[in-house]
Design a protein around this ligand. Structure first.
Ligand code: CTP
Ligand code: MG
Length: 224
């Protein structure tokens, strides 16, 4: 199975609150975005990486990998789903894999496991089980109930789908004004239930300041 990867990298990183967007912070001598793209390109099944970049971006064009003919820049959008939908216009492969720019610690075995499930018509996502006991709040600061933990997963990326099916599902979700924070949510709204492929918990999304050092540690372990 060969496919194109889409990397949404047009976010402002508000929760990170760094001087430059988090995808351009440096880990072990390279930007987070370069780590992310290089890990995807290191897999033989991934032929091209389409990166959605903000129109205001001042950093992407100075990365050495923009000279790699497998890397394509497209315009990002207002929400993550807009960025992904824009990028899909530049995808011609049957299957597409979407992976957050802010997730540089992707293990090759996880990518293998996901791609092995990718030709499923319903699509597949990497996910990991929650560890803590889960509570639903009552909205007033107290516990309403405990939520059975064995049903709950963290949705990670990459997420892999039939390109046409994902394009339709995202366009429909956006037209309905639905908030979709991952591709699987858009598929779910279309009545499709993608597979959960259990992946590593260290495939973290750099979201808050404390995540950067953690990602640096996990990257170092992956490269050993
Ligand atoms: N993203 C994007 N286009 C947007 C918003 C987000 O391409 N309009 C990308 C981000 O660059 C990131 C990924 O989607 O790689 C996951 O989003 P998130 O972690 O929420 O990043 P930000 O939106 O940048 O961060 P924040 O929500 O804290 O502002
Ligand atoms: Mg965001």
């Amino acid at each position: 199975l060969s496919c194109t990867a889409v990397v949404p990298a047009a976010g402002a990183g508000k929760r990170m609150a760094s001087a430059i967007p988090k995808q351009y912070l440096t880990l072990a001598g390279k930007t987070v975005l370069e780590h992310t793209i290089e890990r995807l390109l290191a897999h033989g099944a991934i032929e091209r990486v389409v990166v959605a970049v903000s129109p205001e971006d001042q950093w992407f064009d100075s990365l050495p990998l923009v000279r790699d003919e497998r890397v394509v820049r497209v315009q990002g959008g207002r929400e993550r789903a807009d960025s992904v939908l824009n990028a899909l216009a530049a995808v011609s492969s049957e299957y597409v894999l979407v992976h957050d720019a802010a997730r540089p610690c992707l293990a090759m075995q996880d990518l293998d496991a996901l791609l092995a499930a990718a030709s499923q018509p319903r699509g597949a996502i990497l996910a990991c089980r929650v560890r803590d006991t889960m509570k639903r709040g009552d909205g007033r600061g107290a516990i309403a109930a405990s939520v059975p933990r064995d049903e709950l997963w963290h949705a990670l990326t990459p997420q892999c789908f039939d390109t046409q099916a994902l394009r339709r599902a995202l366009a429909e979700a956006l037209a309905q004004g639905q908030a979709v924070t991952d591709e699987a949510s858009a598929m779910e709204l279309a009545g499709v239930h993608p597979l959960l492929v259990e992946g590593r918990a260290d495939n973290i999304k750099i979201t808050r300041p404390e995540d950067l050092a953690l990602a640096g540690f996990f990257l170092q372990q992956l490269n050993e």
